[in-house]
Design a protein around this ligand. Structure first.
Ligand code: ADP
Ligand code: MG
Ligand code: ZN
Length: 475
């Protein structure tokens, strides 16, 4: 790939978490018995009329607000084509006047990807090909489930600002977090709530013009997205280096084979004969509604990241990873609560990212106050790290509890301060040479003294308290 640049623009379809479908009152639910959530409207029966779902508009505006888009008056069009999972023979979609225009998504690596538009449209039904590995060719027969027909979607189209497969993955992962934060979507790629089409082209490094692109349809995991873009860019480079041309076409990602395959060429592309949907009026949400939608957006991942980073003096690289993990697992609020209650931030993050994250189910139910109290105890040196982890494990197993009581029940009484002072004094008396070396500046002997104190107290002393006492005595 050296000497070549990959260019990617992503089209992400996001199913909205509305109670009902976009144009009828059928339930919008994943995994129900096939063809149970259907009616004349979403089955496309003649004479049925669409009625726009207010909640879908609200969620679309939230997405627009989260992406810094301009929310505009919009219209709906009919996009005409035939497919068995689309009974009306057209899809109602926003076309040249979408609800959200412009905006951007900032990625955790500091890059920014422009957003062209984020428009409303309806989903199609779902076809399953039975036999022959689920592929349409040579399948024994196909089944159609219309439960998905008419489910509201927002399609988010990016500018071709993405420059690598890794960045494409990063963009999709960040967009997923943003969608979840808006409450518009659960972001579950494995359930098809978020589906990605990747437009990929390559060009000579430094070239200002875009190359011919291929569009890879329906990538349903972040891993496939990355692998498909990587494969496709390499395929195009091989063609171009051999003096061939890239044909603009739609391609399919074959997960098993690990490669993209041609689906249809530009010449076979549909002419959708778009025209205004005559059964729907233009949509013009008033400013107050737009503002309410924007205000309903939860804290965005970028802000959550800075909030955690701001608790630390200077986050190191491993802490940056910890912050990422805490946000993905939704454990950042617990950390913020603990720090507000007086817990040291680095310690709260470490306990959340390691101990809490290792049993997520219990962690999400963890009481913020109890977690805070535990980290405060450890931060004050009243529990050693080992004791603190044991108490936390117990809190996770039993669904909460008072860390002080659990520590007491486990016999984790920390050494009273005066007892600790006596023990440290005794250890110093027993090791006069080491002590004078430590006082002379040989700091690594702190470890030796801490070890001796631990031995003398059966592990009950707190390392930090020992270090503090040693410092005090050195003067
Ligand atoms: P269409 O109307 O055919 O879907 P668009 O111009 O709307 O085409 O672009 C669709 C997507 O393709 C956008 O995400 C855009 O960023 C991306 N895209 C356009 N041209 C290129 C290119 N040469 N290379 C990579 N991506 C591209
Ligand atoms: Mg497209
Ligand atoms: Zn319906």
């Amino acid at each position: 790939m050296s000497g070549w640049e990959t260019v990617v623009g992503l089209e992400v379809h996001c199913e909205l978490r509305t109670r009902t479908k976009l144009f009828c009152s059928c339930r919008n639910a994943f995994g129900d018995e096939p063809n149970t959530n259907v009616c004349p409207v979403c089955l496309g029966l003649p004479g049925s009329l669409p009625v726009l779902n207010e909640q879908a508009v609200e969620l679309a505006m939230r997405i627009g607000a989260a992406l810094g888009a301009e929310v505009r008056p919009s219209t709906f069009h009919r996009k005409n084509y035939f497919y068995p999972d689309m009974p009306k023979d057209y899809q109602i979609s926003q076309y040249d006047e979408p609800i959200n225009v412009g905006g951007h998504l900032d990625l955790p690596d500091g890059s920014r990807v422009g957003i062209v538009r984020a428009h409303l449209e309806e989903d199609t039904g779902k076809t399953s090909h039975v036999g022959r590995a689920g592929r349409i060719h040579a399948a024994d027969y196909s089944l159609v489930d219309y439960n998905r027909s008419g489910v509201p979607l927002v399609e988010i189209v990016s500018e071709p600002d993405i420059r690598s497969a890794a960045q494409a993955r990063l963009y999709a992962a960040e967009l997923q977090r943003v969608l979840v934060a808006t409450g518009a979507s659960d972001g579950r790629m494995e359930e098809g709530s978020m589906r990605v089409d990747a437009n990929v082209s390559v060009r000579r490094a430094g070239s200002p013009v875009l190359g011919t692109r291929c569009e890879i349809k329906n990538l349903n995991s972040l891993r496939s997205l990355r692998a498909a873009v990587e494969f496709e860019a390499a395929r195009q480079v091989v063609l171009l280096e051999a003096g061939d041309r890239v044909a603009q076409e739609t391609r399919h990602w074959d997960e098993q084979a690990g490669r993209t395959l041609a689906m249809r060429s530009k010449e076979e592309a549909f002419d959708y004969r778009y025209f205004l949907e005559p059964d729907l009026v233009p949509l013009e949400p008033d400013p107050a509604w737009r503002d309410r939608a924007a205000a309903a957006v939860g804290m965005l991942p970028g802000a959550r990241r800075s909030r955690l980073a701001g608790l630390l003096d200077a986050p190191g690289p491993s802490q940056a990873d910890q912050i990422e993990a805490l946000i993905d697992q939704g454990l950042d609020d617990l950390v913020v609560v603990a720090v507000a209650a007086g817990a040291p931030a680095a310690l709260a993050m470490a306990r959340a990212a390691n101990e809490l994250a290792s049993s997520m189910e219990a962690a999400v139910a963890m009481d913020g106050g109890a977690f805070a109290a535990l980290v405060v105890l450890e931060g004050q040196g009243r529990l050693t790290a080992t004791q603190s982890k044991a108490v936390l494990a117990e809190m996770l197993a039993s669904g909460g509890g008072d860390p002080v009581a659990i520590a007491a029940a486990k016999g984790f009484e920390s050494l009273p301060d005066d007892a600790l002072r006596d023990v440290v004094g005794g250890v110093i008396e027993a090791n006069p040479q080491e002590w004078s070396r430590l006082c002379g500046g040989e700091d690594k002997l702190t470890g030796f003294f801490t070890g001796q104190v631990m031995k003398a107290t059966g592990g009950k002393a707190d390392g930090k308290a020992v270090a503090a006492e040693l410092r005090r005595r050195r003067g």
